[in-house]
Design a protein around this ligand. Structure first.
Ligand code: BEZ
Length: 211
């Protein structure tokens, strides 16, 4: 069944390149990114894993644990990791789930039979500290993902989880934000004592809250 925003991310145990994990225990109440790849030793996937490895400090700064998945076995993942380090200039620094029996792929609806009935699509799940799904993305096998965009979205998810704001189109960390629609002007005056720019009663702009 499809996984929707706000659902509890299904738990599972799986073999990974870093040993067997219980997913919820592995993420230990932190933010997590679970992302799938169609297959090992494929070109777009090779560039994606190198790109994510290079962003390790960025994920760590945001308190996000990263885990990959493809439907090949651990031995294959390990051999492929050598290629990734050689060709992308960065060693894979996060676990990769070996999902040969499609257990996790089926649980997370990562195989879309009308696209390909054996390989996973490029799925991304961002999961919050409460184990709830905060974001899903689905890309086809032929299109590599933009992991800077993933960091940008995580910045928005973390900011809006903490403050009663929303982030506008093309927002980046540090840009002005929007006072949440559910916040009355009276509550907004308490939360944003410096005031706001009101373009419309429903479109109130404030500097990004700190902290
Ligand atoms: C790739 O990673 O390049 C790829 C994987 C599966 C199908 C097509 C492309």
């Amino acid at each position: 069944m499809a996984i929707r925003l706000g659902d509890t991310a299904p738990n599972f145990t799986a073999e990974t390149t870093r040993g067997t994990i219980d997913f919820h225990q592995w993420k230990k109440g932190s933010w997590a990114v679970l992302f799938s790849h169609p297959r090992d030793f494929t070109p777009v996937c090779t560039t994606e894993l190198g790109a994510v490895a290079k962003l390790a400090d960025e994920f760590e700064a945001r308190g996000v644990r990263v885990i990959g998945l493809s439907v090949d076995p651990v031995d294959s993942h390990r051999e492929w990791e050598r290629d990734i380090e050689d060709t992308q200039g960065e060693a894979v620094n996060f676990p990769m789930i070996a999902d040969a029996d499609h257990k996790v792929a089926d649980l997370y609806d990562m195989i879309h039979p009308n696209a390909d009935d054996t390989q996973t699509v490029r799925s991304v799940f961002v999961i919050g500290p409460d184990d709830k799904v905060k974001l899903t993305l689905t890309y086809p096998a032929s299109t590599g993902r933009n992991f800077d965009e993933l960091l940008r979205v995580i910045d928005s998810l973390q900011l809006t989880a903490k403050h009663s704001v929303a982030t506008p189109a093309n927002w980046n960390d540090g840009d002005d934000v929007i006072i949440g629609a559910a916040v009355s002007d009276e509550d907004a005056r308490a939360k944003f004592p410096e005031g706001w720019t009101e373009l419309r009663p429903y479109l109130r702009i404030v500097p990004q809250p700190k902290g």
